[in-house]
Structures are given as C-alpha cells and as structure tokens.
Design a protein around this ligand. Sequence first.
Ligand SMILES: Nc1ncnc2c1ncn2[C@@H]1O[C@H](COP(=O)(O)OP(=O)(O)O)[C@@H](O)[C@H]1O
Ligand SMILES: [Mg+2]
Length: 251
Amino acid sequence: MKKAVIRNNEELDYSGTEAMNTICSNLIFSGHQIKKIVTTSCTAGEGKSFLTLQMVQNLARRGNRVILVDADLRRSYLIRRYSIETEGEWRGLAHYLAGYDELSDVIYETDVPNVHFIPTGRDVANPVQLIDSPLFAQMLESLARSYDYVLIDAPPVGLVIDAAEIAKYCDGAVFTIEYNKTRRRDVIDGKKQLEQAGCPVLGCILNKVTFETISAKKYYNKSYYSHYNSEYYRREGGHGKNASASSSKGR
Ligand SMILES: Nc1ncnc2c1ncn2[C@@H]1O[C@H](COP(=O)(O)OP(=O)(O)O)[C@@H](O)[C@H]1O
Ligand SMILES: [Mg+2]
C-alpha cells in the first residue's frame, strides 16, 4: 500500500481535546451500525476538514481502523492545508470513480497509526456524475467492511449538491456550524437537504467559539437538532482574542 505523511498535523489544546473526546464518544454510542459518516457544513471555511481530521485521529487512537475520504472533488484543500505528502503522483477518488484505478490503488496508509486516506486525486468540474455512479456506493460498502469508521469530508451542503448526493450512501452526518457566522435559516435548510437524502444528522459541532464571548468555559446545549450536545470549543491560538496569534501562524 502507498504511504502518505501528514506534516502539518495540528494538535488540539486541553479543552479542544476534551470536546473532541465527547464528540467521538457520542459518535461511537450512536450505534455500531453507524460507520459511514459524512461531514459537512453550510458554507466553506467553517472547519469541516479540520474537525474531520481531528475526529479521524481521535477514533483511531481508541483502536479503531479509520479511513478518511476526501470527497471535496471540486476544490480539495486537505493535502495542501495539512502538507500531506506521498512519493510520486497522487491518485485518488476521482481516478477510481472515473474507472482509471482500482480502489486499492487510491488508498494510502498514513503515518498516523490506524489511519488510511483516500485523496481526491484531482479536481473535477462536475463531481455529481461521478458520485452518482455505482462505484461510489460500492466503494463505501467495501470500505465499511474493512474499516471501523469511514469518514467522508464533503463540500458544503449549502453551495453545491455534492454533499447531499454523498449523504445518500452514508449512515449519518455530522454538521459543522461556525459560531457567530452561519445563519440559522441556512442550518435548517442544510439539515433538511441531508434528511431528504435519507441521511440522519447525528449531531452538530459548533466550531470556532471564543470562550471570551460566552461566560461559561464549556456548556451543553440541546438546541438545534443535535443528538449530541453541541460542543463549544476552540483550539489554542484560535480565533477571537487570539486571532492575531493564529494569523501569524499563517492561517
Ligand atoms: N476550531 C478551530 N480553531 C482554529 N482554527 C480552526 C478551527 N476550525 C477550523 N479552523 C481553521 O479554519 C480554516 C478553515 O477550516 P477548514 O477545515 O479548511 O474548513 P472547511 O473544510 O469547512 O472549508 C483552516 O485554516 C482551519 O485550520
Ligand atoms: Mg474542507
């Protein structure tokens, strides 16, 4: 199997780790039949890919075999953002779905124990056609047999239809909502789209919250439609008060 190294792998601080532990515990206790999980949000930049990578690693640390599928076929950012490197040319989901590669040829073993990765391979102008092919469903079924969890990083549900198409084949969705940015109306619409695709929303993650703006350090909230408690969390050097620290790191 080909190898990939994640060079720019960010670590969560204590409160972020604690929140991620809760999110993943809730995911695990959604039931053992929940294996194929799509992550999405209303718009770009809310933190889906960041959180998906954190979820993948958290689940893997617990001994689960996990595969991350980058399904943002229009504009993949994962490889560049996290400096994921491999020897030779990347082959990925696009090559497999277009019929050029076997599934086994596009799976990479990463340097993170228990974590495998399928990159997009290349950007595609009209991914819906590819996602709609029987190969996509077959791939997810096959991965669900080999891995404990298949996490699919999808494009935003509010902008393009891809996420809803992907959701058709998944057991559940995790919805990322950027604090103080995403509109309630859009979240409700996004949730509706996923449910119409027959994919239950397992929970949502309220991301990029600054503790400075809310009085409690961490609290639970049964708002929205979440089966989880909403999680309020940030990373060290995150946003708000520490925004300058994060931008100085090049974000
Ligand atoms: N909780 C967070 N704390 C700090 N930075 C974050 C957090 N979540 C996401 N980011 C940053 O925000 C930017 C956008 O996140 P990304 O995961 O690429 O969004 P999306 O996949 O939804 O488009 C990235 O630079 C990422 O590192
Ligand atoms: Mg992304």
